[in-house]
Design a protein around this ligand. Sequence first.
Ligand code: ARG
Length: 457
Amino acid sequence: MPKLWKGRFKKELAAQADDFNSSISFDSRMFEEDIMGSAAHAEMLGSCGIIDKEESEKIVNELFKILSDIKEGKLQIDMECEDIHTFVEAEITKRLGDTGKRLHTARSRNDQVALDIRLSLRKETDSILGALKSLIDVLCEKAGENKDAIMPGYTHLQRAQPITLAHHLMAYAAMFCRDIDRLLDARKRLNVCPLGSGALAGTTYPIDRGMTAEKLGFDSITLNSLDGVSDRDFCIELASALSLVMVHLSRFAEEIIMWCSWEFKFIELDDAFSTGSSIMPQKKNPDIAELVRGKSGRVFGNLTALLTVMKGVPLAYNKDLQEDKEAIFDSVDTVKMCLGAFTPMIKTMTVLRGNMKAAAATGFINATDCADYLVGKGLPFRDAYKATGELVALCIDKNTTLEELSLADYRGVCSAFDSDVYAAIDLEKCVSARKTPGGPGSVDAQIEAVKKFISSK
Ligand code: ARG
């Protein structure tokens, strides 16, 4: 495939250098963005009188034909081309001759590629935002169904205090809401148009940067042409926001995996989201959750790769920047794939409330409430804490629970105890009494707030 930049060279590029230099294998996915950007550019060239209006219209129409031909499978992208920009320009020139050759007036591949990545990542960000909203919807739905599903809350992975599954799920909803906020914030800096930066120093043609930016749905144009062609902060910001999405998904996946184990058995995943073993007939494995946990690694790796690629790049464009695409596209694709499998897995899981409740019944998770009861009877908290600790030790000795301990045992430790202690340490009561904002007794308000947040974004 002849190079766009053929003129000053006497030799062909060596095959090894050609393969090494080429990016079409991973930038051809931006064909639509490249065509839309080119069409906006051609239209602007015509309206600013830089090229003939008729020629500009011809270019725009033909570009749209190229787009539909690719989409309908009538036109194959030529993988021998150096990159997608070369392919589109070669194709328009093949179809329109000299008119096609005018498309690249007042433009460089450097501002062109910066434009294409921004357009492409804007679309991907919007799709991930939608996928996160769907996951949060499912979490709200599941939380609504499990407001009275008592389970142990943990610290140090030790049973700590009673909560509900609804409260636990809404913790993840809170994380994913922050992810939405972060992505929307990153989107603001992403949605700035670099077209018109030229190779590095703008252009002498009287272009209208505002016009192309507006046509392509950007909020504004980049301030400085050197920065316009060499900035990839928006890739790094997105990679970073996506890394946090993966941190959250991975933590959730880890809990799902634990909850599926015989040691917990709090949930059962649907058969459609579980796998078996080739040798052990009894196995039902949470592979989907494990893969989500595992895939977080590549997303964090991509963030590190992007930071490292950028840290030594002098102004302005350098070919190092071509390394942005595989990393950020992989992060985008991975997060989309993970959300695509994770959300229906959560939606279809069965909650084994009996097992959750049974786990909550042992481990003395109402001990804090027992101490709080004594505080209600006038004891300072530290004394109440000590007395309850003694009761727990007594329970361990007698192999029993706080609920089953006799009133005599209670009084033996502290005379302030009365028969109303049993109501005070009842698990349902312990949960519903924690009505402070953010607590398990205020889950309704949390669900409502999250739903409101989602519909406002
Ligand atoms: N494939 C290149 C990239 O992804 C396009 C820009 C090429 N520009 C250049 N001056 N060689 O970065």
